[in-house]
Each structure stands twice: as C-alpha cells, then as structure tokens.
Design a protein around this ligand. Structure first.
Ligand code: 5CA
Length: 447
C-alpha cells in the first residue's frame, strides 16, 4: 500500500480522554475513531490488526477441531425468555423493537441461540460431541465503557460452544479450548495465564479467565510466577488425545482472580514466587452443564433411548480487546511496536527524498520485490520531511523500517531499523529484500 493513497489520520496531540497507552496510541496512530461511547470505527490500519488477531484465533480454533459458523447480531427476546435470562440480564442488554413491535436485542453473547440451533439438528448421543464457534460483534451496554477497545460497548468476540453427552466428555471439550487458548495467546505474543474465575451471569462451576499481566489491567489477580515461564503446547499437540496432563500442569500452581482469591492458600505459595498484580482478561471459558440445555430442552436420546439434556460449555476470546492488550505489552513513548504476526504491515518503506529519480526508482523496485515475496509493505511515498516520516513510522510501529535515500544509494546501501529494538543495520540494496523476507517468514512460522 502506498501511503499517499492510504487513510492514516495520525494525531500530533495526545487525546485528553485517553488514560492508557493503548487507547492513546490507537487514536494517535489513526487506527480507530470513536463514534459514540464505547463504539469505534476501525480505520484501515487498525482493521488490518483486528483481522490478523481474528485469523490467529480462527486457526487455533480450527486446529482444536471446532467448526466455524456465523450467527446474527440481532436476536429475538423470546429465545432469551426460554432460558430465563431476558429479565435477568438487566440494563446491560440493548433492547430493540422492530416495526411489528416484536422485542429484539443486540446479542451480548450467544448461549441461547446456539442451543436453539443445536436442538434443531441433533437427536442422538451418537451425534456428539459438537464444538461450534463464531467471531461476531457483541453489544453490552456497559455502565462505564473505558480504555478504548478494552471495555467497549460494541466489541468483537470469538465465542465457542461445546455439547457433550456427560460431564466427563464435556471436560474433554473444556480441555481442548483451554489448550487452544494457551496457543492462541502465545501466537499473538502475549503471555496469558489461566486463572480460576467466577462464572457471573453465565453460570456453572468450572471456569478460567485468561489474564495478561499489565499495570493498566482492570482485574486484580494473584498467581505463582512460575506459570509465566511454562512452555506453550506445540502445534503437533493431539487434540483428540489426552489433554488433561496439560490442563493439570497449568492449573497446578496458584492463580486466581480477585473474586476467587483465597488468601490462606496464596500465603502457602513461596513468597519469592508470589505475584499480586493487575491484569487484562483476554479470554474466559466456562463449563455450565445443563444450565441452558435443560430449560431449553436441548436433549439427545441416550444409548437406552431416554432423553438426556446435553452438557455444555462456552468459551470466549475478546478479539478487539486483545488489540489493546497487545499494545499495552508492546510500545514505548514514541509509539507501537507490533509483533510480526499481528503487525498491520511488516515493513514500512521510507523514501527520504520523494521526487528524486534514483530514490523513487529504488523504492519502486524494493516495493515490487518485497510484495512479490509475500511481504506486506506500507510505502511512504509522500513528500514530507524525513523527521516527520520517521516519527510517523515509529508511531504506527511496523516491525521493520526500510529507509532509502540518496546518500545510502550512492554507496549501494539501504538502512533497516528494527522497531522492537530500535537497532539499525545496513544492507546492500540488492540483498535487503531477501533478508527481510526471510526474517519475516521465520517469525511467522510459529511452532
Ligand atoms: N458467553 C461467554 C463465553 S463465550 C462470555 O460472554 N464470556 S465473557 O463475558 O467473559 O466474554 C468473553 C470475552 O470477551 C472476555 O474474556 C473479554 O476478553 C471480552 N469482553 C467482554 N466484555 C467486553 C467489553 N465490554 N469490551 C471488550 N471486550 C470484552
């Protein structure tokens, strides 16, 4: 993409309403624009990151054996009356009426709808297990939307739902999602620790929140430091095999959110391993048995012919919130520092002297070469001053800045700045394309 044709409305001033780095940077770098309290438009640069996060989440769901689908954002109130949640959900639910005065709502989550879809198509225990997911916008009329996309009212969530014949089978589904989440967050470059959690209005008795430690996080959390260092399961992990050992390993050490904190138990953790910190909840998984299947009559015929309500779980990832969490983990005072797998573009090609024949020609050649090698390039072909161009590149935080100017070209050289370390290297102009393409391919090849 050529910057001259792009829409990248960067802000010089720090917006006064933004209290945390990720919110500030997303506004300043022209990634999002507020359209209402807790409601954002995703501008081209931010939208690319959102799509990359979504794709990694999708790949790991698919790897775990979940089947993708798409449910609508608008739901019928009657469906929620079946589960009893229509009144219980309260003011957080955005209620709408259509022209025929039918009560509708903008979905805050999809347990009811997926249960209705499931019961329409599954009759026998032989059809189980089922594991379904979608990635769809949700609306929750939060009392205090804040911190930008971290606590929005409209936000993008990946939600999966499992259906099993009994609790033992349901736990296997739970472990699948647990392991898929460990891999998902690691691929996104964040260390998310599974912590015992409260189930809230979703209900059930087995639940974990996946928490990224960050000073600006909304949740108070307590855990054993050694959890941070545990190795993520590799991509050859067998999702049809026994995943309990991995679950047991990651739940063997103390980790709990505020609501589930047990001070006496935490005091038993060796003081040098105790972490009492704040964190961002990027995922939440629940096993809730027949909480919805019973009232909504999602039953299957068991081996003896008797009808049994299925055992269910639901598993959420905050896709749009993750973007804020990743920036919180990767930035400095000058801007974002995107990890390669989620970077909006991998290379920012900076033409220091647009209009100079040799500089323009060298940039065009590199732009074509990198693009043909599959590298995603944002080419700054605008007429600005170098200082302005560098500041903007630092702000938007692409992993590599490839700098081309007359002085380097005279020596047949190009300069590369690695935004994550701010280190600079010089390469021969005819080698730099392959070096960058190789480094990027390596970073994308996650085990
Ligand atoms: N139905 C269940 C799981 S599918 C559910 O809704 N769980 S949840 O309420 O915990 O939401 C799942 C994830 O969505 C959370 O872990 C969080 O990362 C994200 N999320 C929840 N509320 C918001 C919000 N207001 N803004 C941004 N992300 C949110």
């Amino acid at each position: 993409m050529r910057l001259s044709r792009y829409y990248l409305p960067v802000l010089k001033e720090t917006p006064s309403e933004a209290q945390i780095a990720s919110h500030r940077l997303m506004l300043r770098a022209g990634m999002i624009r507020q359209e209402g309290a807790g409601i954002y438009a995703w501008l081209p640069l931010g939208f690319r990151v959102l799509k990359k996060i979504e794709q990694i989440v999708r790949e790991e769901q698919d790897r775990a054996g979940a089947a993708e689908m798409l449910m609508p954002t608008i739901q019928q109130a009657d469906l929620w009356r079946e589960s009893g949640r229509y009144d219980a959900y309260g003011k957080e639910m955005l209620r709408i009426t259509d022209r025929a005065d039918r009560e509708m709502l903008f979905g805050p989550t999809n347990e009811e709808m997926i249960t209705e879809i499931f019961r329409a198509g599954v009759r026998s225990y032989k059809d189980l297990p089922k594991l379904l997911y979608h990635i769809q916008w949700k609306f929750r009329d939060e009392i205090r939307p804040r911190f930008g996309v971290m606590r929005g009212r409209e936000f993008l969530m990946k939600d999966s739902y499992s259906f099993d014949i009994d609790e033992e089978a349901a736990r296997k589904s739970y472990y699948k999602m647990f392991v898929a989440y460990l891999r998902t967050f690691a691929r996104l470059g964040v260390k998310a620790i599974p912590m015992r959690a409260d189930t809230g209005p979703i209900g059930g008795d087995l639940s974990h929140e996946f928490i990224v430690l960050a000073e600006t996080g909304e949740s108070a959390v307590f855990c054993d430091k050694r959890l941070v260092e545990m190795d993520t399961p590799k991509k050859d992990v067998d999702f049809d095999g026994d995943l309990k050992p991995i679950f047991d390993q990651f739940t063997s050490l103390y980790a709990a959110t505020d609501e589930m904190h047990d001070k006496a138990e935490f005091d038993n953790v060796d003081a040098k391993h105790q972490v009492s910190a704040r964190g961002i909840e990027v995922g939440h998984i629940f096993f809730f048995g027949d909480k919805y299947s019973k009232p909504m009559k999602a039953v299957v015929a068991g081996p003896d012919g008797n009808e049994i309500p299925v055992q269910m779980g639901s598993y959420g990832v905050g896709v749009s919130r993750l973007m804020g969490a990743i920036i919180e983990a990767y930035h400095d005072e000058n801007g974002c520092k995107w990890p390669i797998p989620v970077a909006p573009y991998q290379v920012g090609l900076v033409n220091l002297r647009t209009g100079d024949e040799a500089s323009d020609a060298a940039c065009e050649k590199l732009y074509a070469e990198l693009t043909s090698k599959g590298v995603e390039v944002l080419y700054d072909d605008t007429a600005g001053r170098p200082g302005e161009k560098f500041a903007r590149m630092d702000l938007i935080g692409l992993p590599y800045q490839l700098v081309i100017g007359p002085r380097g070209l005279d020596k047949g050289e190009a300069e590369v700045k690695n935004r994550s370390t701010d280190e600079r290297e010089t390469f021969a102009i005819d080698k730099v394309g392959s070096v960058l393409a190789e480094r990027i391919a390596e970073a994308l090849d996650y085990a």
